[in-house]
Design a binder for this molecule. Structure first.
Ligand code: SAH
Length: 214
């Protein structure tokens, strides 16, 4: 009950009040129990307007940024979505509420194991997870209607654009190690269309087409 109330308040004051209008996104954020995606000691802070540590030097993103990125993906019920940087699995669960299937990749094994358990416990059976370098995408399952990267990249990995369907959307933070710009890239027959969604700060995307060291 307590967490449900905190969640309602989070959505109205942090998400709706800042202009997120996609009703399906708002509904998913009212539903997913964010406090279960952080350690027990941090549960009371889970609905605050900030990111939180999740171990292994990584963080669960601020609620608003999750909402903003999810809305930017323009998801439809039958979409197949690729997520790179599973982390806590909270964003994964939001996506799983909205689409047919979510493919998610995490490079840190310990996080991958914990998330799999939590997603199973919450019955998110439409999530396929693997532990590897997400900067390579998931070629066996491509192309995707949408791809979301939740770690900061030095540049847009071309291979991810290749794994988008025509009309597909890629949302990715790009910049240096300290600050990035959130980019939305839409793939068209004659090239890509890019929109700048504003500044943000993510942990590093580490891999073949990302930063070379953690
Ligand atoms: N959406 C997540 C964000 C977690 S932080 C959440 O809100 O919980 C970003 C995650 O990306 C970290 O867990 C980090 O380990 C992971 N990551 C970094 N580089 C990666 C790569 N190349 N492939 C897959 N995951 C990566």
């Amino acid at each position: 009950m307590k967490f449900r109330r905190l969640r309602e308040k989070m959505v109205s004051t942090q998400i709706e009040a800042r202009g997120i209008h996609d009703q399906r996104v708002l509904e998913a954020m009212r539903k997913v129990p964010r406090h279960l995606f952080v350690g027990e000691a941090l549960q009371d802070q889970a609905y605050g307007d900030f990111p939180l540590p999740i171990g292994e030097g990584q963080t669960i993103s601020q609620p608003y940024i999750v909402a903003e990125m999810t809305q930017a993906l323009e998801l439809a019920e039958n979409d197949r979505v690729l997520e790179i940087g599973t982390g806590s699995g909270y964003q994964t669960a939001i996506l799983a509420e909205l689409v047919y299937r979510v493919y998610t990749i995490e490079r840190v094994r310990q996080l991958f194991i914990e998330v799999r358990q939590m997603l199973d416990r919450l019955n998110y059976y439409n999530v396929v997870a693997k532990c590897s370098d997400g900067t390579l995408g998931w070629p066996e399952e491509a192309p995707f209607e949408a791809i979301i990267v939740t770690a900061g990249a030095p540049k847009v990995p071309e291979v991810l654009v290749e794994q988008l369907k025509l009309g597909g959307r890629l949302v990715i933070p790009v910049g240096n190690r300290f600050s990035q710009t959130l980019l939305k890239i839409v793939k068209h027959e004659d090239g890509i269309h890019q929109v700048d969604l504003g500044g943000c700060r993510f942990v590093k995307l580490v891999g073949d087409h990302g930063w070379k060291e953690a």
